[in-house]
Design a protein around this ligand. Sequence first.
Ligand code: ZN
Length: 239
Amino acid sequence: MLQEKIEILKQWVKESNNIAFFGGAGVSTESGIPDFRSVDGLYHMKYAYTPETILSHSFFMNKPKEFYDFYRDKMIYTNASPNITHFKLAELEKVGKLRGVITQNIDNLHQLAGSKKVLELHGSVYRNFCMNCGKFYDINDLLEQSGVPHCSCGGILKPDVVLYEEALDEKTLDEAIELIAHAEMLIIGGTSLSVYPAAGLIQYYEGKRMVLINKSVTAYDNRADLLIQAGLGEVFSGL
Ligand code: ZN
């Protein structure tokens, strides 16, 4: 059954040179990066607040020290490597089939795999900016400092990551809509489509080949033209 579905996907990929990929946390879990939204009891034992509270704009502004304790511990995975899904997507882009990746992940793994067009809806832990003067700092600059990282001007550094309570970058959002709206084939993977703006974005797809790959049930299963309930690695290694 799974093999038959992978064969269909393979055929569709073969027939298209205008594919868009929309991915969520499930793309990176096989690289050892946990989905922080999947409630983990450990968070509650170790931290006095939920991840959603800590990763909010107001929390960052009010308790930067506590924010960075959690952020450094749970959000930065500089030792993680891209997996088969990242690599296959980069390959599909290189041969002119895939137009771009839209991701909810902030781990830079698509770029490390070689993808060029990556729309990071939630930003990236690899970029940081001074809140006072706007100066750019990469992830190593941040890791070199302990506690709350500061700019040479004295300002506090803020990761270029979209926190709860914050709006998404409009330009990125517009580009994502453009990509989805004009795609012939849309592959959605590793997301339950329950988090804003994922569900809203895929409404822009007008084609007839929406492929949904996710281990668990999503709210859009009945909208998919091809539904594959499996891990992404298993599916992409079969392509
Ligand atoms: Zn500064």
